[in-house]
Ligand binder design. Structure first.
Ligand SMILES: [Zn+2]
Length: 374
């Protein structure tokens, strides 16, 4: 039977924990990674009702998007909301794992899911992450270039968009003189200067994969001292970013688009700013709280932005000088723009683990309700 670690390792291939925001707290928060799992329950938030459900179905693991432990917890006592839930899970032998901002920024993560839910096409990151890539250059005798290249690729190097094992190779002459204490692959300790036909092998690496990639390279590289360079890259990352942008199959009026949103997100109401008759074709989205991306969305020509947690003054940000709406802002709610994440996690895990039942919670975990005049 798969273990908790098998499940979390699979999730982390999709959403590497190192890609999380600095303030965040993701990963296994309660439990023993080596325990076997037969049932997993997935929810957006952890609530007592979700733990009830896990107990009822016999789930050994709960996975949520929002973390239970966000600020440092000073005590775990039964009469505290967070401590009480943590104790309950520990006492019942239920492990608890959270996949939060690392899933927000993952390719195919929360915002891509929202864009798909709203029927957008040609979906891409609204704001690809910067400063996350390095270029690794390894110098290797030509005879050993292939094993080094494939070891680096297996450790995660050379991923560009939907392409894997991307590399570039040139030929040249490497020179070195082995010192008296060296154990050289070519030449003798304390001997003559050597010149070798070497390949210069270049690959892109996510910053957080560099250590693992270098270890894999060293394991197959014939030299005692591996010559390599690491350069920071200014390129946007292709697999990590914030928000998503795409286009509707054909333009629709804003009011009709608002209807679609309520329908697709199963929302009772929404708040918006915009001209009900304006035409909507290009749409930017961000699951949860995405108001910091408004400017980027306008720069890219979005006609509408769908996100949660929009505050009063933020609704003014997309206005033209004359007070007309450059971009409609639509807030169906934080929960409503992220609830689909539960199904995304179920759909990701289920085909990978035939022996494990992965279930979406039946609980609407939001603490908020809307009340409208009847
Ligand atoms: Zn959220």
């Amino acid at each position: 039977m798969p273990t908790i670690r098998d499940i979390t390792t699979a999730l982390e291939d999709w959403a590497p924990p190192a890609s999380k925001f600095d303030y965040d707290n993701v990963g296994l928060q309660i439990g023993r990674a080596e325990r076997a799992v037969s049932k997993v329950l997935v929810a957006l938030d952890l609530t007592p009702a979700v733990i009830d459900e896990a107990e009822e179905i016999g789930a050994e693991l709960i996975v949520t998007h929002h973390p239970l432990f966000f600020r440092p917890q000073k005590r775990l006592v039964g009469d505290d909301h967070i401590g009480g839930m943590a104790l309950r899970m520990a006492e019942q032998g239920i492990a608890y794992y959270t996949i939060h901002t690392n899933l927000d920024v993952a390719h195919g993560g929360v915002s891509f899911g929202l864009a798909e839910k709203l029927g957008l096409q040609d979906i891409r990151f609204l704001s690809p992450s910067m400063g996350k890539l390095v270029k690794l250059v390894v110098f290797v005798p030509e005879s050993h270039a292939e094993p080094v290249r494939s070891a680096a690729a297996n450790a995660g190097a050379g991923q560009i968009g939907d392409y894997s094992e991307c590399s570039f190779q040139t030929k040249g002459i490497g020179r070195f003189r082995p010192g008296a204490d060296a154990d050289p692959h070519i030449g003798e300790a304390g001997g003559e200067i050597q010149s070798v036909e070497e390949a210069r092998l270049e690959m892109e690496v996510m910053r957080w994969d560099l250590h693992r990639v270098l270890n894999s390279v060293r394991a197959v590289h014939p030299y005692e001292e591996v010559a390599y360079d690491v350069f920071p890259m200014e390129n946007p990352a292709s697999r990590i970013g914030s928000g998503a942008i795409g286009v509707l199959p054909s333009p629709v009026g804003l009011s009709s688009f608002l209807d679609t949103i309520l329908d697709r997100l199963d929302a009772a109401s929404l708040r918006y700013s915009g001209d009900p008759d304006q035409s909507i074709k290009t749409v930017a989205v961000c699951g949860g709280s995405g108001t910091s991306l408004f400017e980027e969305a306008m720069t890219q020509g979005a006609n509408a932005f769908v996100t949660g947690d929009v505050t009063y003054h933020k609704f003014f940000e997309a206005m033209e000088a004359k007070g007309s709406h450059r971009m409609a802002i639509i807030d169906p709610g934080h929960y409503e723009t992220e609830a689909h994440t539960e199904q995304q996690i179920v759909d990701y895990l289920s085909p990978r683990f035939n022996d494990v039942t992965v279930r979406r919670t039946t609980v609407r975990t939001s603490a908020m309700s809307t009340f409208a005049r009847s």
